[in-house]
Design a protein around this ligand. Structure first.
Ligand SMILES: [Zn+2]
Length: 179
């Protein structure tokens, strides 16, 4: 049977008559549980509960991403507020873009955005991606100050400022998640 766990994702429970205990194997987006015959779901769940913190940690390690504490996020926010606006200014100067300002947000669903008034928002989680991908996101938002859409004109401009690598960089960024 399977069920959804808010922290661990999809939990898949299978019964193995030869199992003598509850065996839990964390995966990137779920948990595989092997139970002995006759183990009730309540017992399986109480076992998961007992090991929940270490299961979450193991899962985070599998994602190749350290589990972030609130302190980590605050530290990252402080760094992001220094590093990212400076890089926006550098790239804008280099390629001749102008913008109204930069805000750093705890954005978990998108790396960046650009308002109609050309204020650029960047996710503080950009601090976790390589610099050339930070630049890609920043250039993406700077190009939106010229074209507020994803039209062919927008991508042509993106290619101009990324040496024709806009789509390759976008694909590379997809390998990273925000929070
Ligand atoms: Zn965009």
């Amino acid at each position: 049977m399977t069920y959804q766990d808010p922290d661990l994702g999809l939990v898949t429970v299978t019964v193995n008559p030869r199992a003598r205990s509850i065996i839990m194997r964390p995966e990137v987006d779920g948990l595989r549980v092997t139970a002995f015959r006759g183990a009730s779901l309540a017992f399986v769940k109480s076992t998961i509960e007992r090991f929940r913190p270490s299961l979450i940690k193991k899962q985070a390690a599998l994602k190749d991403r350290p589990l972030l504490t609130l302190e980590d996020v605050e530290k990252m926010r402080r760094e992001a507020k220094v590093v990212l606006p400076r890089r926006v200014a550098e790239l804008a100067h280099l390629y001749g873009f102008s913008y109204a300002g930069v805000t750093i947000r705890n954005a978990k669903t998108r790396w960046g955005s650009c308002t109609s008034r050309n204020t650029i928002s960047l996710s503080l989680y950009l601090m976790q991606v390589p610099e050339h991908l930070q630049d890609y996101v920043i250039l993406h938002e700077l190009c939106h100050t010229v074209h507020h859409d994803h039209s062919p004109r927008f991508w042509a401009l993106m290619d101009k400022v990324t040496d024709g690598k806009a789509h390759a960089l976008r694909a590379e960024l997809r390998r990273y998640r925000t929070a």
